[in-house]
Structures are given as structure tokens and as C-alpha cells.
Design a protein around this ligand. Structure first.
Ligand code: HSE
Length: 387
């Protein structure tokens, strides 16, 4: 049986869930993969959460360097978050010959090309199944299982916090502030929830998902972005009156002109599965030219659902899958073709519009700017099978 010693850096919500699965499900993992994944050390500034989960102080370390010097550590799981300390951890782990598993979408969306190139130069891998849609097995599915397809479009509700807030505002009449506080208490939100509600977290995930689905890499900062702050309760009511819902949708469409990326509140008719997706759930709709539409749904945030995806990367590593796909496929951030997202002004609709003197309706083939100049509230209307 091969032994993959694990060092966990960051023992917050997802780190705690990962440590629990590694210890509680050790024999299940061994019998399924033929490998063991002993948790050798946990690095953090504060071990309060780890202690509350019953994890022993013998695991606790404060120095990443000390952990990297341990030859028994084969994999560093980075769950510290952010792009400063986390980047240093990933770089030094790869240089020390360790494989890396991370759920850090901000880090990979910002530094993916250079970190993947570094991993490749050290013949190591970076697993990031947990970074994009929590429990949903979407990264390997897009990269490997849909390889026979040209992906025409990819759309998703990939931020559980925003989906939870919109759901609570729309169905329970909660205020934005109360719904956000609940999402924080439930462990869905980022440490800085601005990343969630501004749409930034969704843009990070969209850049990564588009890379593995379409083999193109966009700088997330160039993705047109609107966050929840643009949504009013009246918008939710107007959408409901047309049998639809407002969702924070991340979306990439391949067109003859190039790639349209966007993250913004979008009105989706209830016939679409994404419209009916509530609570902290994530959903991803993929349009393959051979498969047609595929829809994936599951818990997008939270300790154990996300930790399940983290652990799946360990199994992919132990079985050789991760190394094989990262060396053979060309969709990874360092190998994907760099593209510039098309300008937002090039979208021609369809739009969901309403205003003080105008009932909600869907209009096509006109510019958003013109509609907004008429004093209308305007949202993209997303009904993909129709288009
Ligand atoms: N804050 C993120 C969310 C966590 O709410 O979806 C999972 O990436």
C-alpha cells in the first residue's frame, strides 16, 4: 500500500472538514484506493477550530518550512485562502517536491499560469477540484470526460453565499444584511464576504472552469462583473411576475467573435434548472457540441461537501490520474490559450426589462445602454436552449 503523508495548511471550515474525512474515513479511503493518506501535520496560526474537532496537538505546527522538511509529507493541502501567504506556501511546497491540493480559487485565478508552470518544472501536480463548485465533481469532468466536445457555453451559479442571500431575500423576505449574516454563520461566506457579494469569487471560479472546459484562459480582472449590490427587492418581484428568478450567474459563451465572459445578476425562467436552484447550492450547465446540455448540481460551500472534493484530488493523485491528465491535456492554466473577454457592449440581449411605466418583458437585439437610458431596469435573460 502506498503512503501519501499529508500536511494541511489552514484548518478553518474546509480544512477542518478535510481533517475529519481523512481521520474518520481512513479505512474507506484505503480500501477504495489501495493507498493511505495519514494526516501528519496541521499548520495554522490558531488551532481553536482544530481542537474543537478533537484533533490532537501532536499534529499542530506553526512553521511551514519545518513541515516541508519532513520527507514523509508528500502532499501539501493549502486551505489557508488568500493570495499572499497561500502563494508562498504553494511555491515552497512545489519547490520542495510536494504535490499541492488547494480549494483556493482566488490564488489559482490570479496566479494559475505561473503556479502550474512551476509545478510542471518540478514534475509535481496541483489538484483544485474543490475550488470551483464545492462538492460538484466538475473540474475533472470538464477537463477529461467531455474531451470529445467543443464546449459552446458554460454557465453556473457558483457562489453559495450569493445564492443563499437571493433565496432568503426572495422567499423569506429577509433583508440583504440579515441573509448575509446567516450565510456567514453557516460557514458559506469568504472571510471577506465582499469577495462573494461583489461577484469576484464567481469570476475566479469562471476563469478556472472556462480554462478546463474550453482550453482558454482569461484574466479574471477583465471579466465584466456586477454583484449583488445592484439587485433590489423590486427586481426579484418583477422577475417572479414573469415566472422567473434573479440569480448571480457566471457565464462564458463561445461566439464567432470570441469569448463573452460575465458575472452578473441574471433573470432565468423557471423552466431552467438553474432558476430553481436555491439555498447554498451550486449548479453548472455545460453545452457540449456533441453532448448537448449537461447539468450538474450540488452543495457549493460548507465543510464536508468541499472537503469531499479536496479528498478526491488525493485519490486522483494516488492513482496517477492527476499526474496523467496534467501532463497530457492542454487545458490547464499554464497551457490554455490566453484570450481577452469580449467587451460587454457587444452583447445584444435578450434582456429582461421593466420600469415604472413598463411591465416586465423580454426584449432582444438592442443595446443595454439604450434600454438603461430610458430609465429601465435591465438584466440579461438566460434561457439557453431557446437560443
Ligand atoms: N464563499 C464561497 C461560496 C465558498 O459562498 O460559494 C465556496 O467557494
Amino acid at each position: 500500500m502506498s503512503r501519501w503523508g499529508i500536511a494541511l495548511v489552514g484548518c478553518g471550515t474546509v480544512g477542518g472538514g478535510t481533517a475529519q474525512i481523512l481521520t474518520e474515513s481512513a479505512s474507506l479511503l484505503e480500501s477504495r484506493t489501495g493507498s493511505s493518506f495519514p494526516l501528519l501535520s496541521i499548520v495554522d496560526k490558531d488551532f481553536g477550530h482544530a481542537k474543537s474537532l478533537g484533533l490532537g496537538p501532536s499534529l499542530f505546527r506553526t512553521s511551514v518550512d519545518e513541515v516541508l522538511r519532513n520527507p514523509d509529507v508528500k502532499v501539501v493541502i493549502e486551505l489557508a485562502g488568500g493570495t499572499g501567504f497561500a502563494k508562498a506556501v504553494v511555491e515552497s511546497a512545489l519547490k520542495a517536491g510536494k504535490h499541492v491540493v488547494t480549494a483556493n480559487k482566488a490564488l489559482l485565478a490570479t496566479f494559475g499560469p505561473e503556479l502550474f508552470a512551476l509545478a510542471r518544472s518540478h514534475k509535481r501536480t496541483i489538484g483544485f477540484e474543490a475550488s470551483c463548485a464545492g462538492a460538484i465533481p466538475i473540474v475533472r469532468t470538464l477537463a477529461e470526460d467531455l474531451v470529445a466536445n467543443r464546449i459552446e457555453g458554460l454557465s453556473g451559479i457558483v457562489n453559495g453565499t450569493c445564492n443563499y442571500i437571493l433565496w432568503q431575500m426572495g422567499t423569506q423576505g429577509l433583508s440583504y444584511e440579515v441573509a448575509l449574516r446567516q450565510a456567514q454563520e453557516l460557514g458559506f461566506a469568504e472571510v471577506d464576504p465582499f469577495l462573494d457579494v461583489s461577484g469576484t469569487d464567481s469570476a475566479h471560479k469562471l476563469a478556472l472552469l472556462t480554462s478546463v472546459a474550453m482550453g482558454v484562459w482569461a484574466d479574471w480582472k477583465q471579466i465584466p462583473l456586477r454583484g449583488l449590490e445592484t439587485v433590489k427587492v423590486g427586481d426579484l418581484e418583477a422577475a417572479a411576475s414573469l415566472n422567473s428568478r434573479v440569480k448571480l450567474l457566471a457565464r462564458t459563451d463561445r461566439t464567432n467573435q470570441g469569448y463573452h465572459f460575465s458575472v452578473e445578476p441574471t433573470v432565468i425562467p423557471l423552466g431552467q434548472p438553474l432558476a430553481a436552484l436555491d439555498g447554498p447550492f451550486n449548479g453548472v450547465l455545460v453545452h457540449g457540441n456533441e453532448t448537448g446540455f449537461l447539468y450538474f448540481q450540488g452543495r457549493g460551500a460548507g465543510a464536508k461537501p468541499t472537503a469531499s472534493a479536496v479528498v478526491s484530488d488525493l485519490a486522483a493523485l494516488a492513482t496517477g490520474t492527476l499526474e496523467n491528465t496534467q501532463s497530457h491535456y492542454s487545458c490547464w492554466p499554464d497551457l490554455a490559450t490566453h484570450v481577452r473577454p469580449l467587451a460587454e457592449s457587444e452583447r445584444r440581449g435578450p434582456w429582461f426589462v421593466y420600469g415604472p411605466q413598463r411591465s416586465p418583458e423580454v426584449v432582444t437585439e438592442c443595446s443595454r445602454t439604450r434600454l438603461e437610458s430610458e430609465g429601465l431596469r435591465v438584466f440579461p435573460w438566460y434561457n439557453p436552449q431557446e437560443q
